[in-house]
Design a protein around this ligand. Sequence first.
Ligand SMILES: [Cu+2]
Length: 484
Amino acid sequence: MLFVLASLACQTVEDAPSSTPEVSSQQAAVGSVVAELTHAPDVPAATGRTQPTKVVVELEVRELVMPIADGVEYTFWTFGGEVPGQFIRIREGDEVEFHLQNHPDSKMPHNIDLHAVTGPGGGAASSFTAPGHASQFTFKALNPGLYVYHCATAPVGMHVANGMYGLIFVEPEGGLPEVDHEYYVMQGDYYTVGKYREKGLQPFDMQKAIEENATYVLFNGSEGALLGDNALKAKVGETVRLYVGNGGPNLVSSFHVIGEIFDTVYPEGGNNLNHNVQTTLIPSGGAAIVEFKVEAPGTYVLVDHSIFRAFNKGALGMLKVEGDEDLVVYSGKEVDSVYLADKASANSGEKAVAAAEGLSSGDLTPAAQKAAGEALFAGTCSTCHQADGAGMASVFPPLAGSDYLNADVNRAIGVVLNGLSGPITVNGTEWISVMPPMSQLNDDEVANILTYVYGSWGNSGAIVTADEVAAVRAKGGQPAGAAH
Ligand SMILES: [Cu+2]
C-alpha cells in the first residue's frame, strides 16, 4: 500500500478544498469518509475539513514475528501489522464509527482503549474481540489533541509490552499551521528473556517487565527503524513536525533531538504551547507534538535522553538534513560516524547479512563473524583504539600488531569483559590508563569483535568462539592482566 507523502500533509485549512480528500478505495456510507491510516513514520494528510463529519476507522489486529534488532526476532502484537499501530487522523467534533478486526491467525483476544474517547474504558469494553471476529462502536471526538490508543485486554501490561499502541490525532478546529514534513515516532520499552541483541527469537520476559528492567527501548518498534536508509529526511530551511508518542508500558521518555531546539512543543499533546525547548517529557501512555526548523545540514539524532537507553538499549533515530551549510549557524565538521558508530549503519551491508543468516557465532563462518564484528568494533572500540586499530599515542594502545593482544586470547577476552587498568606493556611501550569493562556485550558479540580484531591489521588470525567468551565470563570480574 502507498502512503501519502508527509509533504502532502501540509495542506492548511484555509486553502483546503471544500470537498473531502480522497482517502481510500473502500466505500464509505454517503455523508461519511473512511479514515486513511498510515504506518510510522508517515502521517495521514490533514483532513482539510472545515466541518465535522462521520468517519469510519477500520483497524486490524495481527500477531506477527518481526525483527526487533539485527538477527533478533520477537512476536509482536500489532494494530495494523506494525509497531507502533497505524496513525489515525480525524477532526474535532467528528463522529467515529470504529471497527476493530482481530485476524483469524491471532491466538489472543484484543480490544482498544483510545485516549481520545470520552466513555468507560475509552472503548475497551465495547471492542473486546476474539480471534477471527470484528467489533464496532461509535464515539464523538469531543476534545482536540494528540492521543495514545492501546490494547487493554488482560494481562494489559503484556499486550502493551508486545507493541499494542499507536496514536490518534484529533485536529483542532482550523487545523495546525502548515509545515514541510510531518512524521510519526513512537517510543516503547521491551522485555526479552535474552540480553540486548542476543540473537534468535526472543520470548517476552514477564518478570523483567514487572521490574521495569527493559532490554530494549526503541522508536517505532525496532532498532534501526529510524536509522541508516530509514532515517527521517528534510532539507535545510524546512519545517518539521513530529508527532511523538510513548506506548510504554513502563518508561517515561525524555525526548530530545541532538543538535536541534524545539521551536514549539505541544506538551502532552494538548494546546498549551511551549517554545524553545531542549528535551520534552513524554509520559507512558502520553504524547507530544514538537516542531522545529532545520537550519544546518547534517544528521540529527533522536534519543531518549535517559542516555543509556539510547546507546545501550536502542532508543536512537536519525533525521538527515540535506542542503547548503550556513557557517553562521554552525561551522563545523560532522562527527556522527563515531558518535553513532554501528548504529548509523544499521540495516546496511555485511553486518545485516551476517546477522540475518547466522544468529550466533557458532553458526557463522569466520568471514561472517568478522563482518559482524567489524560493525560492532566501529560502535564499541574504534572511539578509543581508532578504526584502523592504531590507537592514539600515550592514550590508547594499538590493537594493530599488538604483542599483548596476540600473546593470549583468553586474556584479551577478559580485557573486553572486565576492562583493564594500567600499567601494561604493548610493543615495548608502557601504558598506564583505564579501559572500561564492556560486559554489556553478549558472548557472540565479544567473539565476533575479537575475531575481527585478530583477523585484521597483521594480527594472529585467531578465531574466537562464544563458548570461549562464556568460559572467561563465568570466571568473573577480575580485570585480566591488571594484577601487578
Ligand atoms: Cu491485545
